[in-house]
Design a protein around this ligand. Structure first.
Ligand SMILES: [Zn+2]
Length: 165
């Protein structure tokens, strides 16, 4: 099976790592392609098996594939598009750390080192940026409203002045 176009994989993962969410822009270049089920464990080159991943996540995951015993215990890597990630872990907005909600989530976070310090800092910075952007948008709306109020008042004053004349 020929490998699908890299462009298609990048689009499918919106140009960011399927595991940790770091974007190409933040990483400063193209990311890598991970075989969800490794080739060594009979994985293939189908689109569903190819995950756009940053080099760190790809290295941490490496060739892990659950043994039957692991699978029975729910110890596996979550698939970014097939699993509902929010069932397995959540982001603590105060600390920037991912907190497991299931044993699978705990395993996934640990195996991929999803609370590595740089990533946690990156998440916190990202959140701060979003808060600031929200505040900026609010200020811009308020300025716009004030401008409209001023225009209306100027019109009112002009009307009054015409009456006086
Ligand atoms: Zn990653």
């Amino acid at each position: 099976m020929p490998r699908p176009d890299l462009e298609l994989i990048r689009q499918r993962y919106t140009f960011a790592c399927g595991y940790c969410g770091v974007s190409e822009v933040s990483a400063g270049g193209l990311l890598t392609v991970d075989h969800y089920r490794p080739l060594a464990a009979d994985g293939d080159e189908s689109l569903a098996n190819l995950i756009y991943a940053c080099i760190r996540c790809n290295q941490h995951k490496y060739t892990y594939w659950p043994t039957e015993e692991d699978a029975n215990l729910g110890l596996r890597v979550l698939h970014p598009l097939r699993d509902i990630l929010s069932h397995h872990y959540r982001l603590n907005p105060q600390t920037g750390r991912l907190e497991p909600l299931t044993e699978t989530g705990r395993f996934h976070i640990t195996l991929l080192h999803l609370n590595r310090p740089r990533l946690v800092r990156h998440r916190l910075a990202q959140q701060l940026r979003e808060v600031m952007e929200g505040k900026l948008a609010l200020l811009e709306r308020q300025i716009h409203e004030l401008e409209e109020t001023i225009t209306a008042q100027e019109r009112y004053i002009s009307a009054l002045e015409e009456q006086i004349d």
